[in-house]
Design a binder for this molecule. Structure first.
Ligand SMILES: *Cc1c(COP(=O)(O)O)cnc(C)c1O
Ligand SMILES: [Zn+2]
Length: 439
């Protein structure tokens, strides 16, 4: 039987206890599984067999791997057939970064357009198991879109706390359409996060931010599915954007569990990329990378990036991210707004596309190749986290040459559109069209 275990003091709790952090030391919790129950061979054969099964739980790219997921009755599982996302070769992106080849696994191809769905199927299923009838989260957008959809499927009430004016319309529109009650707070994400945790402690509302360990259990199947798609061959490196640091932590946990069970022989290096204005993990890691215990995490006040999904200054899961880096001998890097914008357009030019936060992966790989940290012949899978249509304003502004933001002092910073696909207005007339087409 799985149980909850504190990553600090190792205290264990049953998975039926409604807690988000350790009740003795406030440390983060892991869901842990007994080691001897299923061998690696057995897991691989059952999981491969299920890929061809017509049953709804087997068609889910999360619940297919249920031997290493929290217990749930099949009748309790709330699923939208999440997962099953493609891995694509990206030759132009590879060339841009100085790599021989590069592959993207596109989690933006999930039902609500981001990897958050993998965590919501397990999070909402756990809410149901605990008898909750309402759920809440703080969100930069995608968590709320996803939670709203899964809560609707489960017939639960959902509340989303969003920083006002800071989430893309695409994401807000999803939460509204799926019937969430949206609370726009006059504050930033870090304020919303603090407040939703307080509210969840005082009310019967179940909290579904990634501090909730059941969310991360779903997200760790990114590692399982990726390995399954590659015939259980691990890549050298996984590159992932870092915001609240739940996803990087979850992916590392997934690989680690398969390492312990002998499915893989070596951890891929977990490489976390942050935006320059929201890089608290990078700063912490530079100072504390060689220490076993690292207390005193310093948040970045007023974190900023146009990649709103990673605009987080005080990431909840930093201790798990540090563990992921230690397990895998990983790296942390940060990239500028300009680097993000250009990398996003290059990913688009491969016919793939993604939202701004996802593009930090390619920008980070380029930077690490230039620094000699990544070798051009490495086998890398980069994780694209969100769909290109989540934030169309950003994309159109880039290609139109009008992408800009205000810096800390209120000065307007205009980005260059180095990979713009410019578009112009012409008269509605045959000769003008032929001229524009170059004939
Ligand atoms: C949530 C999100 C992230 C950040 O993931 P964390 O788990 O918070 O580090 C990155 N990209 C997109 C598109 C997201 O929705
Ligand atoms: Zn503890």
């Amino acid at each position: 039987m799985p149980s909850l275990r504190c990553i600090n003091c190792q205290t264990e709790f049953p998975t039926t206890s409604r807690i988000y952090t350790c009740s003795s030391c406030s440390g983060l919790l892991d869901v842990v599984y007994e080691l001897n129950e299923f061998t690696g061979e057995r897991l691989m054969s059952v999981w491969d067999w299920r890929r061809a099964s017509p049953k709804a739980v087997d068609q889910s790219g999360v619940w297919r791997f249920r031997e290493l997921l929290p217990d749930a009755d099949e009748s309790e599982i709330v699923t939208l057939s999440e997962g099953n996302t493609q891995i694509w070769e990206a030759p132009r992106s590879a060339g841009f970064a100085g790599m021989n080849r590069l592959a993207f696994k596109h989690l933006g191809m999930n039902p609500t357009g981001s990897f958050k769905d993998l965590g919501m199927t397990t999070g909402i299923t756990q809410a149901k198991r605990l008898g909750a009838t309402s759920v809440a989260c703080a969100s930069t957008g995608n968590t709320s879109a996803s939670m709203a959809a899964y809560a609707a499927r489960a017939g639960m009430k959902s509340y989303v706390f969003i920083p006002s004016g800071q989430i893309s319309l695409g994401k807000l529109s999803q939460a509204l359409d799926y019937g969430s009650q949206v609370l726009q707070l006059e504050g930033d994400f870090d304020d919303a996060m603090r407040l939703v945790r307080e509210v969840a402690n005082e009310t019967p509302i179940y909290l579904l931010n990634s501090v909730n360990p059941f969310r991360l259990e779903g997200q760790k199947t990114i590692a399982f599915e990726l390995l399954q798609q590659r015939g259980w061959q691990a890549p050298d490196r996984i590159v992932v954007p870092g915001g609240n640091l739940g996803n990087s932590s979850a992916i590392a946990k997934g690989f680690h569990e398969l390492l312990e069970r002998g499915v893989i022989e070596k951890m891929p290096k977990i490489t976390i990329i942050q935006a320059e204005g929201a890089n608290p993990l990078y700063r912490h890691w530079l100072q504390h990378r060689d220490q076993k215990e690292s207390e005193n995490f310093e948040p970045v006040p007023h974190a900023f990036t146009m990649a709103t999904a990673i605009k987080i200054g005080n990431p909840v899961s930093w201790p798990k991210a540090m563990r992921a880096l230690e397990w895998s001998d990983g790296e942390v890097e940060f990239v500028t707004e300009q680097e993000i914008a250009d990398a996003k357009a290059v990913i688009g030019s491969d016919g793939i596309g993604c939202e701004p936060a996802s593009a930090v992966t390619l920008a980070g790989i380029k930077k690490l190749v230039a620094a000699g940290t990544i070798h051009s012949d490495e086998d890398i899978v980069a994780i694209l986290t969100g769909h290109v249509l989540k934030d169309p304003d950003y994309t159109v502004n880039y290609h139109r040459g009008t992408l800009s933001y205000s810096d800390k002092n209120g000065h307007k910073v205009e980005l260059q559109s180095n990979h713009a696909n410019a578009f112009t207005q012409i008269p509605a007339e045959r000769t003008a069209i032929l001229k524009a087409l170059g004939f």
